[in-house]
Design a protein around this ligand. Structure first.
Ligand code: C5P
Length: 221
């Protein structure tokens, strides 16, 4: 129940950015620090869950008691997540997955030459949307980092990806989003409920998000 144990639950958490190679020494990535996902993984493990953390490159220490799978690209994250998905009770996708990758990464370092250089990008698979299609009782929680129309975009993702909850944050607010130790979020549910949290430490938010997950699990089973 709320604040209580998660023993016997398998929880898969993704965290951090992904990296998409441009050439052997360069990549496309984003500002995700991994802090929110690591806090959720650490807290779920402390509550007794069997936790797998699939993480892109971060500076963070692996949380105690958590099985960690390190990945770089979105494709690697997808493979690692799908390998763990079937027997999961809960999936929390806090990772900031690159939406596009370089179509044909150069085999050698690209040399400085012309004034302009064009890279063709192709869409990455949406891991969470794929989980939404495959889910058979797993509780799916997504994140939406937005710079405008926070609730509208988040609700659209909740519906489109077949999620049970989405954590929406406006990354333009001070004290929210990438790199910060605090976040300002709204939790949205399929029934239309919206719960708002003012500036809160990511560690504390992790506990709140897991409390909500436990309520959803209890109401479902
Ligand atoms: O990028 P977007 O705003 O659509 O991300 C919303 C959610 O979908 C996040 O939980 C993110 O981890 C997930 N996602 C994913 N695979 C992608 C893009 C996003 O799993 N390729």
């Amino acid at each position: 129940g709320a604040g209580g144990g998660m023993a016997g639950r398998k929880v898969l958490v993704t965290a951090g950015p992904t990296r998409e190679a441009i050439d052997p020494v360069r990549y496309i990535s984003n500002h995700s620090s991994g802090k929110m996902g690591y806090a959720i993984a650490r807290t779920a493990a402390a509550r007794g869950a069997d936790v797998v953390l699939v993480t892109g490159p971060t500076e963070l220490a692996p949380p105690p008691g958590v099985r960690v799978a390190r990945v770089e690209t979105a494709a690697e994250m997808m493979a690692a997540v799908l390998a763990e998905f079937d027997d999961c009770d809960v999936v929390v996708k806090a990772a900031a997955v690159a939406d596009y990758r370089v179509q044909a990464p150069a085999g050698q370092k690209i040399k400085k030459r012309d004034d302009e250089l064009a890279l063709t990008l192709v869409k990455n698979p949406d891991i969470l949307a794929e989980l939404g299609r495959r889910k058979q009782g797993q509780l799916l929680v997504g994140f939406a980092a937005e710079t405008e129309e926070l609730v509208g975009h988040a609700r659209d993702k909740l519906t489109r990806k077949n999620l049970d909850m989405i954590v929406a944050n406006d990354v333009t607010l001070p004290g929210a989003g990438f790199g910060a130790d605090t976040n300002i979020v709204k939790l949205l549910y399929p029934d239309g409920r919206v719960e708002e949290y003012g500036r809160t430490a990511k560690d504390e938010l992790a506990g709140i998000i897991l409390d909500k997950i436990c309520v959803l699990l209890t109401n479902r089973h």
